[in-house]
Ligand binder design. Sequence first.
Ligand code: ARG
Length: 482
Amino acid sequence: MKLWGGRFARAGRDPHFDSHFDPHFEKFSESFSVDQRLILYDLRVNQAWVKALGRARVLRPAEVRRLARGLEAIRASVEAPSTGRRMTFRRNVSTSSSEDVHTWVEERLEKEIGPLARKLRTGRSRNDLVATETRLYVKSEIPNLRRAALELLEALLDQARRHSGVVMPGYTHLQPAQPVLFSHYLLAYYEMLLRDWDRWEDCRSRADELPLGAGALAGTSYPLERARLARELGFARVARNSVDATSDRDFVAELLFACALAMVHLSRLAEDLIIFSSPGFGYFELADTYSTGSSIMPQKKNPDSLELIRGKAAGVVGKVAGMLALLKGLPLAYNRDLQEDKAALFAAVETTRDSLVLAARVVATLRIHPERMKAATNQGFLTATDLADELAQRGVPFAEAHEQVGKLVRYCADHGKTFRDLSVADARRFIPRWDPKLQTVATSPERAIERRNVVGGTAPAQVARRLRQAQRTVAKLRRQLV
Ligand code: ARG
């Protein structure tokens, strides 16, 4: 069945085409294989729509009842049992020759209640319909993304709490830089994910606008109360411009971006964990569950879980560019190009959610080796800045102090020494004022950490405070979700 057959020539009647039906084009243009994900939203929107048509006296009460019962029967037949509040449906509807989910529902309704089904689409278009359903999908999936993000936030905080005193080298350019608390490093990922959390909420509130009633592009000609429709469908507001409402997919692009950025954060976390769990570093060890072996090299334990997260991030990032490219040349209002939004949206949302859940489990089960981190902290001259600072405090111009310490480091590096192996005589060749205090500064990463006692710094007191705040925040977010 087509929703638009009337205007078109029948097979064999058109002199230019010997057939009206090209299966290649049918397959090329169908979207049911993708947008069947929206079936339950389509049924819900249609339910609200027939009631609104009843209130507007476009349909008689008996017609509304029959249409509503028919839609309800379809819902009962497709909704998977025991899924609670989640909008899922049985997979057995997945093969159909319908053009899209809206066509599928009309066809099914006609089978269910007969020709009355043909009144269903009075006053509305698939253009306002699909925009409404895609927004419903976005609004209902964002809490799932946030729930998954919360698992990771909790795993990060838990590891930070369990290893609160552990010291590790901090890096810039992947070169040893200054010592930091391991918990401070973990909390950096907490900050990133917290921004993702806010960004999703932002996306949700901007998507919270009802397109239905915008018709094909100009607004419906039936006297419908759109505000009431919005309330019934759980939207905060009604879209104010029908041309925009039917052609706008900003909310899709925004959510794709929010997902892509979250995936970038996960990918950076994955990269860190991959590097630091390689034997060269050995700071962490992945649980066996989230590692794989090699078919040829018996010794291998590979971090495939993290590599896949990093790899899948690429796909989600690409979807943002794809969506923006899809929109940039579109004349107003609806164009069929927009059908391509959904495959990208569904895939990005599902990949991001699954990656968050996996990352949370990898972090929660990560084994930490504090002694390896500590040993690395004593190499790499991580206290060099503190040495220069100490000299500067004694009146040596910082640039000069920097030079002296730099020469000392070079000497040590050339002779395979750490600051711990230095004799006083060695040190005095480069830093004439070398004394026990400077020796302590050079060999105490803990002291270097304690001195970074500014808000946001790595000093234990600061990190403990931020961890407590974070724990309170996460507990609050958890309450918001239930
Ligand atoms: N399957 C279409 C989509 O996803 C529904 C809207 C079709 N509208 C139209 N005028 N052909 O965008």
